[in-house]
Design a protein around this ligand. Structure first.
Ligand SMILES: Cc1cc2nc3c(=O)[nH]c(=O)nc-3n(C[C@H](O)[C@H](O)[C@H](O)COP(=O)(O)OP(=O)(O)OC[C@H]3O[C@@H](n4cnc5c(N)ncnc54)[C@H](O)[C@@H]3O)c2cc1C
Length: 393
């Protein structure tokens, strides 16, 4: 069976649904999104989705600054119930990093981000349960918080459908079909989809489909663990979200009295996995270790109740930054990949910028150059004959 559309998006994570929404809103023709499992099945559905602007990478911080208002006014701008909870965010690090962090702070202040150093006393006003030692320093970003990720994906998807996009679950793309250096369509479990343009937003699977036309998108799937704990009675009000770089731990409130606690992923990790067959349960021996780290930071949690854990996939490019680019040598094909463990927050602006690029052939007000594939040495290959032949084989 053959299906036809103008623009095909592969992947129903937060990036895919945001791109679908923005394309449909621009009346970009027949827009179809295919997702092999269900919307939010990848990292997007399991993410802590902390929303902050004080990002380690200054160009990304500038983009994050523009995304925050979208989350704040999500119901008005995208639709559905509110998704954003403002809690403030504390980032902690070792005092030995002070020079680097002060430089980072200066860059954030220059961007207009409301972030400052706080001492332990101020930190306890923000979050009565958190502690800071003399060897540590903390930054506080007042405007930060978190979004409910499943709701965010669902609302983007619903908005995309309202605007005319067709979102299909259970459709797995198995190969790209190139025709004389242009994207012609894709092969799926439901037959061929013929399309004029294609966007790959396949998260931890990002390197798979480009390989079908002999292209490299350098993204690895890293397994990362997270846990849920119920706060003990009498542990006070819910606190801020925090990223504890001393212990490699993030914490955020979850439904009811739950805390969502997880591993802050280093760029290099041993846990590179096959995204189709990784262990989705948290390891038995890992749960006590993350609990210990939580208690060290928040002693009042010493009698919190464990509620189990799970693993999710972080899609990492070698430098930990996203890849937002055309696929070199395959006209009409784009990719939005490698969003790692910190870039859910960019989804609104990425959707806007990618839709502009696809429809207008240029991006007016977002600098995507830090996210180009060329930074890994990928070169534009004007003739993709070999790839075209490979895809038809
Ligand atoms: C531990 C961890 C913590 C994080 N913390 C934060 C945070 O605090 N703040 C923040 O902003 N971000 C955070 N992130 C990052 C954020 O969650 C992810 O970057 C984001 O969700 C990725 O979205 P995506 O749409 O690119 O990928 P995904 O959500 O993984 O979606 C990709 C989709 O593509 C589908 N797919 C793949 N291959 C195919 C195919 N061949 N055919 C059809 N469908 C296909 C998959 O099934 C999947 O649903 C975190 C991530 C991790 C792992």
């Amino acid at each position: 069976m053959s299906h036809t559309c103008d623009i095909l998006i592969v992947g129903g994570g937060v990036l895919g649904v945001s791109i679908a929404f923005h394309l449909a809103q621009r009346r970009a023709g027949r827009v179809v999104l295919v997702e092999k499992a269900y919307l939010g099945a990848g990292a997007s559905g399991k993410s802590p989705a902390l929303i902050y602007q004080a990002h380690r990478h200054a160009p990304t911080a500038a983009l994050a600054r523009r995304c925050l208002p979208v989350y704040e006014h999500f119901s008005d701008l995208i639709g559905g119930p509110p998704v954003f909870w403002r809690t403030g965010m504390i980032q902690m690090t070792d005092r030995r990093d002070a020079t680097e962090w002060d430089a980072r702070l200066a860059r954030h202040l220059a961007l207009g981000i409301d972030v400052r150093r706080i001492d332990e006393q101020e930190m306890m006003e923000v979050d009565p349960n958190a502690r800071l030692t003399e060897d540590e320093l903390a930054l506080f970003e007042r405007e930060a918080g978190y979004v409910e990720p499943v709701l965010t994906v669902a609302s983007f998807a619903e908005a995309a459908r309202r605007a005319g996009a067709d979102l299909r679950e259970g459709v797995e793309v198995r190969a790209l079909l190139a025709d004389k250096g242009k994207i012609g369509g894709v092969e799926t479990n439901e037959g061929t989809y013929v399309c004029g343009r294609l966007v790959l937003a396949t998260g931890a699977w990002a390197e798979h489909l480009p390989k079908s036309v002999k292209l490299e998108v350098p993204v690895e799937a890293h397994r990362v663990q997270a846990a849920l704990f119920r706060r003990p009675a009498g542990s006070g009000r819910r606190g801020a979200v925090f990223a504890d770089f001393v212990q490699g731990l993030y914490v955020r409130p979850a439904q009811g009295d739950l805390l969502h606690v997880g591993e802050l992923t280093p760029l290099q990790s041993d846990e590179v996995v096959d995204p189709d067959s990784y262990d989705e349960a948290a390891a038995g021996e890992w749960l006590p270790s993350i609990r210990q780290r939580l208690i060290r930071r928040c002693p009042a949690m010493y009698c919190c109740y464990g509620r189990g854990g799970y693993a999710l996939l972080s899609a990492h490019a070698p430098d930990g930054l996203p890849i937002l680019d055309r696929l070199p040598g395959l006209e009409g094909a784009f990719c939005a990949a490698g969003f790692g463990s910190e870039n859910f927050l960019l989804a609104p602006l990425v959707g806007q910028a990618m839709s502009q690029w696809i429809v207008d052939n240029s991006v007016a007000d977002v600098d995507l150059s830090p996210y180009a594939l060329a930074r890994f040495g990928a070169e534009e290959n004007p003739s993709n004959e070999a790839s075209a032949d490979a895809s038809k084989a």
